[in-house]
Write a protein that binds this ligand. Structure first.
Ligand code: MLC
Ligand code: AMP
Length: 497
C-alpha cells in the first residue's frame, strides 16, 4: 500500500535548515517536524486515527497554521482551513457543510468564532490547548485517504467543499516541483490567503516539500515584503496579477534609489510566477521592463491544482498559459462533447489525472455533474495557438474573478436580496485594471426607496467577506430579462456607466 509516510521528506528529517520565517522568528525543519508530531498526538488523544474527522482552523499564515495543517494530516483527519476574512454567515456555511466537529483558533480569531461554535455545538480549542508535550504513535495512512476540504464558489449559490485526497495533493505538488525546478536552496515569501490552493499548494507545500525556506506574512504587506526583496531575501515569487499591478503602481511613488534596490531584488530571482486570474499582456510587459523578469503564467483551479503552465525553460508567452503540466491530461471539447484536435478552435478545458479532486463534500449530484466521460469539466474556455493554450474566459457569467478570488454572482445576489429595500438585483464582473474584474450590482428598488452606495456597503459588512462587496451599484428601473424571465447579464454589461 502506498502511504503518506514518504511524503515531505525534509519535514521527516531532523535537520537544522530553516523551514519557516515569521518576523524575526525562525523554525527549523527539525523543530517543525516535532511540533507537528506533538500536535498530531494531541489531536489524537486516546484514538489511533482521526478517521477523517473534519478539523477546521481559523488563523492567518503562521507557524500555528502550518502546525495545524500537517498535524491534522498526520493524525488522519481532514484539514478544513477557514478564511480569516470570512463573515460569520460564511463561516457557518463552511462549518456546517463540511460537518466540522472541532475548530482551532487563537486570540482574536477565537473570539470571532466563539459564539458560532457554541451555537453549532462545535468544540473550540486553541493550539496550546491541544498540543501534546511529546510525540506518540501516529497512524499509517493510505494515499487514497481524504486530506483537505477547501471551499470554492461556483454556479450554485453557496460555495462547495472540494475534497482532495493525499494522493491528489501529492500529485499537485510533485508536478510543480518538477516543472518549476523547486530546490532546497529556494526562498519564497508567502502572503496569499491560506484557504486557497495558490497559497497552500503552490507556495507552502511545494516549499516545504523541496526543503526550501518559506517566509510567512499574515497578509500582503507590500512595504515589508518589498524591503525583503530589496535585501535579496527571496529567489522565487508567486502572486496573483492584482499584486503585480499594485506593485507596479507603488513603484511610481518611489525614489530612484529605492526603486532600483527593489527591482534589482526581483531581477536576481530565478522565477516570478503569476496565476489564479488572467495576467494582462500590459502587466507582463511592464514587469519585464521594470525587473527583467519574464513572468511565468500558469492556470489552475481548486478542484485540480495546477494544470497548464508556461515552461520554466523555453518560451514564456505573454497572454498564454502554456502547455499541460507533467502527469496532467488536458483536452478541449466543443458543445457536443467532441474533442477538439485542431488549433485556433475554442472549447471547454477538461482535465484528467491524479491531481483531480475526489468529490464535493456531501454533494454527489454536483460531483457527478462536474464530470463527463471521466473528464473533469472546468467551465473555462480556451484555445490552442501554436502549441500553447490561451484562456478565453468562462462559460458562466455568474462566476467572477476579482483579485484572484473566485466569486459567485448568485451568492452575492442572494445576500443583497435579503435587504428590505431591494426588489431585484443582478451582479456582474466588469473589466477592471486593478482587480481583473470588479463586482458591480444592478439593483431594482422597492417603490419609493432610495439607496446610497456607502450605506449599502456598510450594510454588507459582516454579511460577506470584504472582497465580495460590490465596488459599485447601479440603480435600475427593471432588470433586462429574456422570454423565460431570466436576467440577461450580457445586456447589463452593455449598460455599464
Ligand atoms: C481586497 N479587496 C478586494 C480584494 N481584496 N476587492 C476585490 N477583490 C479582491 N480580491 C478590497 C477590500 O475589500 C478593500 O476595500 C480594499 O480592496 C483594500 O483591501 P486590502 O485588504 O488592503 O487589499 P489587499 O491586502 O491589497 O488585498 C489585495 C490582494 C488580495 C490581491 C492581496 O485580494 C489577495 O490576497 N488575493 C489573492 C486571492 C487568492 O489567493 N486567490 C487564489 C485562489 S486559488 P475597501 O472598499 O474597504 O477599501 C485559484 C487557483 C489558481 O485561483 O489557479 O491559483
Ligand atoms: P478557484 O476556483 O478559486 O480555484 O479559481 C480557478 C479559476 O481561476 C479557473 O477556473 C480560472 O477561471 C481562473 N484562472 C486560474 N488561473 C488563470 C489564468 N492564468 N488565466 C485565466 N484564468 C485563470
Amino acid at each position: 500500500m502506498e502511504t503518506t509516510k514518504d511524503n515531505f521528506q525534509h519535514l521527516n528529517n531532523d535537520h537544522s535548515k530553516v523551514a519557516l520565517v515569521e518576523g524575526s522568528d525562525t523554525t527549523t525543519y527539525a523543530d517543525l517536524h516535532n511540533r507537528i508530531n506533538c500536535m498530531a498526538t494531541g489531536l489524537l488523544g486516546d484514538k489511533d486515527d482521526l478517521d477523517e474527522e473534519r478539523i477546521a482552523f481559523l488563523m492567518p499564515a503562521s507557524l500555528d497554521y502550518v502546525t495545524m495543517l500537517f498535524g491534522v494530516w498526520r493524525a488522519g483527519g481532514i484539514a478544513v482551513p477557514l478564511n480569516v476574512s470570512s463573515a460569520i454567515p460564511e463561516l457557518e456555511h463552511a462549518l456546517t457543510c463540511a460537518e466540522v466537529t472541532r475548530v482551532v483558533a487563537n486570540g482574536e480569531y477565537a473570539e470571532k468564532i466563539a459564539e458560532l461554535c457554541s451555537r453549532l455545538n462545535i468544540e473550540l480549542k486553541s493550539v496550546s490547548d491541544i498540543m501534546g508535550d511529546s510525540s506518540g504513535q501516529l497512524p499509517e495512512l493510505s494515499l487514497n485517504r481524504r486530506a483537505m476540504i477547501l471551499f470554492t464558489s461556483g454556479t450554485t449559490n453557496k460555495p462547495k467543499g472540494v475534497v482532495s485526497t493525499h494522493k491528489n495533493i501529492w500529485a499537485q505538488i510533485t508536478t510543480l516541483i518538477e516543472a518549476w525546478s523547486w530546490d532546497y536552496e529556494d526562498s519564497i515569501p508567502l502572503f496569499l490567503p491560506l484557504h486557497h490552493i495558490h497559497g497552500i499548494i503552490n507556495v507552502l507545500c511545494c516549499g516545504l516539500w523541496a526543503g526550501a525556506t518559506v517566509s510567512l506574512f499574515p497578509k500582503f504587506d507590500m512595504e515589508a515584503i518589498l524591503d525583503e526583496v530589496a535585501n535579496h531575501r527571496y529567489n522565487v515569487f508567486m502572486a496573483v496579477p492584482t499584486i503585480y499591478v499594485k506593485m507596479i503602481q507603488h513603484f511610481e511613488s518611489l525614489e530612484d534609489s529605492q526603486l532600483k534596490a527593489i527591482t534589482d531584488g526581483f531581477r536576481k530571482m530565478r522565477l516570478n510566477i503569476s496565476g489564479s486570474a488572467a495576467c494582462p499582456v500590459k502587466v507582463y510587459n511592464q514587469w519585464l521592463e521594470l525587473t527583467g523578469q519574464v513572468l511565468l503564467e500558469r492556470y489552475g483551479m481548486t478542484e485540480i491544482g495546477m494544470a497548464i503552465s508556461n515552461p520554466y525553460d523555453g518560451e514564456r508567452r505573454a497572454g498564454a498559459v502554456g502547455i499541460p503540466l507533467p502527469g496532467v491530461e488536458v483536452s478541449l471539447f466543443d458543445d457536443d462533447n467532441n474533442v477538439i484536435t485542431e488549433e485556433d478552435k475554442p472549447g471547454e478545458i477538461r482535465i484528467k489525472g491524479d491531481n483531480v479532486f475526489l468529490e464535493y463534500w456531501g454533494n454527489q449530484e454536483a460531483t457527478e455533474g462536474s464530470y463527463h466521460d471521466g473528464w473533469f469539466c472546468t467551465g473555462d474556455v480556451a484555445v490552442k495557438e501554436n502549441g500553447y493554450y490561451r484562456i478565453m474566459g468562462r462559460s458562466s457569467v455568474d462566476i467572477i474573478k476579482s483579485g484572484g478570488y473566485k466569486l459567485s454572482a448568485l451568492e452575492i445576489e442572494g445576500t443583497l436580496l435579503t435587504h428590505e429595500d431591494i426588489a431585484e438585483c443582478a451582479v456582474i464582473g466588469a473589466p477592471d485594471e486593478m482587480w481583473g474584474e470588479a463586482v458591480i450590482a444592478f439593483i431594482g428598488l422597492k417603490p419609493g426607496k432610495t439607496m446610497e452606495y456607502d450605506v449599502l456597503k456598510a450594510w454588507c459588512d459582516g454579511k460577506m467577506s470584504a472582497y465580495k462587496i460590490p465596488k459599485q451599484i447601479v440603480i435600475i428601473d427593471a432588470l433586462p430579462r429574456n422570454a423565460m424571465g431570466k436576467v440577461t447579464k450580457p445586456a447589463l454589461k452593455e449598460q455599464l456607466p
